[in-house]
Design a protein around this ligand. Structure first.
Ligand code: SF4
Ligand code: SF4
Ligand code: SF4
Length: 856
């Protein structure tokens, strides 16, 4: 047997997951929300007590039940003797048509028909007998629960067993009828009960009922069958029926009236109505409490209004006016005997005589305790579930809108923890989740940039008295992880980092991932919480199989000024983080006042750069280059200077890094190139002495192919002798995409220009770059010879580099030469050209042009 939908009541494919069945169901866990093949459905578990309320409540025809009609037909066809127990509701609903229905049963082959009203009267008398014999006994209680409704029995036995001791231990009207026919009428037929109740199936299956009834068929099922076969003309009467109050049990307070007729009018009998909600709580309240005025007996049926509103009736056959009419007629006859008695006592006496031959032990019943201890869900688990449901405030945890079918949000959380429900059953969660998922980094599960900003601002607003630190950092060498272990592992490392940070921050702040390896953290500025992060050397990912330390360079900012926007603070942190040089362990660089000044300068430069360009403030300076053998000028490097209108000069060391950051360097490059082309063309046209000049291509410009098309266009626009101009690329450009860079250099050479590698030996030396890039000129940086103590060793390296360049047939230009000894040494080793302060500083164009005339 499977776990769901295998019992009497089941869900079919019409289910749309509306949860109404959950809201009407009296049993926690009888309905289980599931998603199968992407479709949501609420299925029925083994906890179901077959009350049938959901079958009536479901507006989508998705709840059905199974009964034994087919088994009955088969048994008859196999020659078995089957007798029927028919519920008196048949007469109340169908009136004059009832004998035709009974005739149909006879035609079907039903052996005998017993009206349950007969057993109902035995049952009522047995209830009265038990109450009379037990009321006020032991001073314990005078309160009893009647056994009228199978679903109530099921409920008490499996959900509220504390009430079992209050149950009157008498079989139901149906089983009383069955026992009477079996024991006293000696009918050995198999019995089928035809009732308005889906739960009657338990008269068949529940061992508490003694197995007297073999089959259960609902009135609805029988009437559908009759409809398919056609109702015949045969009329039949029940072989056994009651003349008295047994006939009224199906109607609302009928059973109570039947039992109370044996007692004085002083005694209170109460019908609590339906089983659900408050009524069961009322029953629970009865347990063991002695009050001066309380009910002697209570009933609580599954169906408000009694069996005449049963779950197993054919709704289209029920007419309220006809039902009332039929009931009135039946009721009038049923009271004849009671009314002929002068008192309840006399009625009891006369009925005792009627039943003098019955052994009431035969009709007794003990309700079994089928209660299973539910899983008590710890508050922590409920909190976790609420958090997953984005219910982070008390208000959100007590919306209690019941859309999920549960009375309270907490009930849903408990159902989720038991596996009966899913958090997606909460409409508010689904709405919130749409909002939240747009604020979440799907890969790592922490907030994304927007989510982080939202949460961080909320925390700041909610805690104006607390101080917070904001940190933003980028994972070092993430590319290496991706290259070495694959991007999947790279993602796992990022998730590991996110979870580690999230665990450290806990409830003292928030964290987020901004994409790539960039993480942001806001944490209360209290060493109790911050130490764990600030003292963390690295994110150990060895359990993932990554054995080099994963580190982050964080920039941090102590939030003191609440007016500062979070996005600005993030920028400050990013700025500070960029100052870190150590990549071997986590670094935490705090944003300082010095950085603030730097940033202001950068902002200033950025604000003014466009005007400076249009205003012609960027001008070319020339630094001549010399042949040290003869002291003649042999070339020059064109360098850009920012000459402000007030006459001050901004050093390229200040503005170039800013332009590299903000991308303006590409504009400047184009401007410088064009200026150089124009200049060379002008000198060629003038026909005077001239030397070849070089211009720089920045690392940023070399990052895409635009550089090729721009220089091609310039070469077309200014058709100069290509020997008079060449380009310098910096060795650091080789750091990025080496293959693409090599390709671009080849293309530049194809246009016809020579290429120099600038700054060789300045820190990013890569001999590979010499091997792959087709350069013509190597420019040696004389940083080696400056400031160091081991001059000899530096000289040896220079010697080696010059020899190597010679072997590669490269022209060598030494730059940054400040002293005659340096120039002598370099020239002796074979260096072709000397550039540096020893000969000349970069100079304005006019000065240079004068110098050319003299020194070439
Ligand atoms: S009431 Fe229950 S069975 Fe019916 S459609 Fe809604 S969820 Fe499905
Ligand atoms: S039949 Fe009753 S107990 Fe079973 S699922 Fe439906 S409402 Fe719940
Ligand atoms: S807010 Fe969600 S969990 Fe709470 S009762 Fe409504 S639907 Fe159920």
């Amino acid at each position: 047997m499977g776990r769901f939908n295998e019992g009497t009541v089941f869900t079919n494919e019409n289910c749309i997951g509306c949860s109404k069945c959950i809201s009407v169901c009296p049993v926690f866990g009888a309905n289980v929300s599931r998603v199968i093949g992407g479709k949501q459905s609420v299925e029925v578990s083994k906890k179901c007590i077959d009350c049938g309320l959901c079958v009536v409540a479901c507006e989508h025809g998705a709840r059905e039940y199974r009964d034994d009609l087919e088994a009955v037909i088969r048994a008859i066809s196999e020659g078995k003797k089957v007798s029927a127990l028919i519920d008196p509701v048949l007469y109340i609903i169908y009136g004059t048509k009832a004998p035709l229905i009974l005739g149909f049963l006879k035609d079907m082959g039903i052996h005998r028909i017993y009206d349950v009203s007969y057993g109902a009267e035995i049952c009522m008398y047995a209830h009265a007998k038990y109450i009379k014999e037990h009321m006020d006994k032991n001073g314990q209680c005078r309160q009893f629960i009647a056994n009228t409704c199978g679903a109530l029995n099921n409920y008490i036995s499996s959900v509220s067993p504390q009430l079992i001791k209050l149950m009157i231990p008498v079989q139901s009207p149906v089983t009383c009828t069955a026992i009477y026919t079996e024991k006293y009428l000696k009918d050995d037929s198999e019995l089928v009960v035809i009732s308005p109740c889906i739960t009657q199936v338990d008269e068949v299956r529940n061992s508490d009922n003694g197995g007297h009834v073999k089959y259960s068929v609902t009135v609805e099922s029988l009437m559908n069958y009759i409809e398919s076969k056609g109702l015949g003309e045969r009329r039949a009467e029940a072989d056994l029926t009651s003349e008295g109050l047994g006939n009224i049990i199906a109607y609302n307070d009928g059973f109570i009236e039947g039992v109370s007729a044996f007692f004085s009018k002083e005694e209170i009998f109460t019908n609590l109505g339906g089983i659900k909600d408050v009524n069961i709580e009322n029953l629970s309240g009865l347990s063991g409490i002695k009050k001066s005025r309380h009910s002697l007996m209570v009933t609580a049926d599954i169906c408000r209004g009694g069996c005449v509103c049963g779950t197993g009736l054919k709704a289209s056959d029920v007419s309220l006016s006809a039902t009332l009419d039929n009931y009135r007629k039946i009721r009038a006859k049923s009271f004849n005997f009671v009314n002929s008695c002068i008192s309840p006592d006399e009625y009891y006496l006369r009925m005792s005589r009627v039943y003098k031959d019955l052994n009431f032990d035969d009709f007794s019943k003990t309700l079994s305790d089928r209660y299973r201890q539910p899983y008590i869900v710890p508050e922590d688990a409920i909190n976790d579930i609420f958090n997953r449901m984005h219910k982070d405030t008390e208000l959100k945890r007590t919306i209690n809108c019941r859309s999920c079918g549960y009375k309270t949000c907490k009930d849903l959380a408990v159902a989720v923890s038991n596996g009966y429900a899913r958090i997606q059953d909460c409409v508010h969660y689904m709405n919130d989740d749409l909002k939240y998922s747009s604020l979440l980094d799907k890969m790592s599960g922490v907030a994304n940039r927007e989510g982080f900003a939202k949460k961080a601002n909320e925390i700041l607003q909610a805690n104006p008295d607390k101080k917070y630190i904001l940190l933003v950092g980028n994972v070092n060498k993430l590319k290496n992880v991706n290259d070495l272990y694959g991007t999947e592992m790279g993602d796992m490392v990022l998730i590991h980092v996110a979870k580690t940070i999230e665990g450290i921050v806990g409830r003292h702040g928030t964290c987020g991932r901004f994409g790539g390896g960039v993480f942001a953290v806001m944490i209360e500025d209290n060493s109790k919480y911050t130490d764990a992060l600030l003292k963390l050397e690295s994110f150990n990912a060895s359990r993932l199989g990554v054995f080099f330390p994963i580190t982050i360079r964080f920039g941090m900012y102590r939030i003191t000024d609440s007016s500062l926007k979070l996005s600005n603070i993030v920028n400050l942190c990013t700025y500070a983080a960029d100052k870190a040089t150590d990549r071997t362990k986590n670094t935490f660089i705090e944003y300082t006042d010095i950085m603030r000044k730097e940033m202001q300068e950068e902002t200033d430069i950025t604000l003014k750069m466009h005007d400076a360009m249009t205003g012609g403030e960027f001008v070319l300076f020339m630094q001549p280059q010399y042949n040290h053998h003869n002291g003649k000028m042999v070339g020059a490097e064109a360098l850009c200077r920012w000459l402000k209108q007030d006459g001050s000069i901004v050093s390229p060391g200040i503005f170039i890094p800013v332009f590299e950051k903000n991308g303006f360097i590409k504009e400047l490059d184009k401007y410088v190139w064009e200026s150089a082309f124009k200049l060379v063309q002008q000198w060629e046209k003038q026909g005077g002495p001239q030397v070849p000049i070089s211009v720089n291509i920045s690392r940023i410009s070399l990052e895409n192919d635009e550089v090729i098309s721009v220089i091609k266009e310039l070469a077309k626009k200014y058709p100069i002798n290509k020997k008079n101009l060449y380009f310098e690329i910096t060795e650091s450009a080789y750091m990025k995409d080496q293959a693409a860079l090599t390709e671009r250099v080849y293309k530049l050479k194809e246009i016809g220009f020579a290429i120099a590698m600038d700054d060789f030996g300045s820190g990013y030396s890569s001999l590979n770059s010499l091997k792959d890039i087709p350069i013509d000129v190597l420019k040696l940086d004389m940083g080696f010879l400056r400031g160091g103590t081991n001059v000899e060793r530096g000289n040896e390296i220079i010697t080696y580099m010059v020899h190597m360049a010679k072997a590669l047939k490269l022209k060598i230009v030494a730059e940054g030469v400040e002293l005659k000894e340096q120039a002598d040494f370099l020239t002796k080793e074979g260096c072709d050209v000397i550039q540096g302060y020893f000969y000349a500083k970069p100079m304005p164009l006019t000065d240079f042009e004068e110098k050319v005339k003299v020194e070439t």
